[in-house]
Design a protein around this ligand. Sequence first.
Ligand SMILES: [Zn+2]
Length: 273
Amino acid sequence: MTGLYAALDIGGTKIAAALADGDGTVLRRARVPTPRGGGTAVLDAAARLLDGFAAEDVAAIGVGAPGVVDPAGRVVSATDVLPGWAGTPVREALAERTGLPVAVVNDVRAMAYGEARAGAGAAFRRVLHVSVGTGVGGALTTAGELERGAHGTAGELAHLLVPERGPVPCGCGRRDHLEAVAAGPAIAATGDPAGAGGVLGRALAGLLAVLDPDAVVLGGGVAQIGAPFLDAVTAAFRAEALPPLRALPILPAALGTDAPLVGAALLAKRAVT
Ligand SMILES: [Zn+2]
């Protein structure tokens, strides 16, 4: 099938949409502020964005959505970043509105898939994607495929125990989890991106001995701070890691804010080919 693929990146403040070809190249894009009013209002707005493309040869839709998404494309749980989002049957509801096949994954997984297929991780077999923004997220891909794990948490990093106590709580409420120390809100509270990067690098040194990937891709809003954060992650990792892991490539994400859209478009293609 050679058609076009539509992609949605649903977030707490905006919904971004793209029309992409089968390589994940974004041809057109659009965005609207995320409406309040729960899952129905959000999906109505998302469907209108796609209508606006007025493209007739769209073969499928891919969606990156916040929260834990089950294999049926339903949001099992979500934080209050999007009130009323938990429980939304995204795949079923968008398929009803558009008449097209729909693939839905968690937004960090969409990013990881985009980077693994068409971005910084494309040259590597097993890639841990680490996203540092308002939270800390992660996903693991092997040979370009997302690893879901038995419970859908493979690659999840936020709740790794760290010796430090964060200035803000982790999404789960704890202060001794990686997300409480290394995510954007902690850096905003302390102004110390290098300190946060150091904690992440040390945590990765232990974690990567378990996962043994070929490369790590670092993305998300905090990673866009650049050198003060990325250099600290890399230096702490290299200082702590087991010798065989020390030279492991730690790469900045290559697709920027397009990553979830590229990943969603490629997941849409995967769903119908
Ligand atoms: Zn936690």
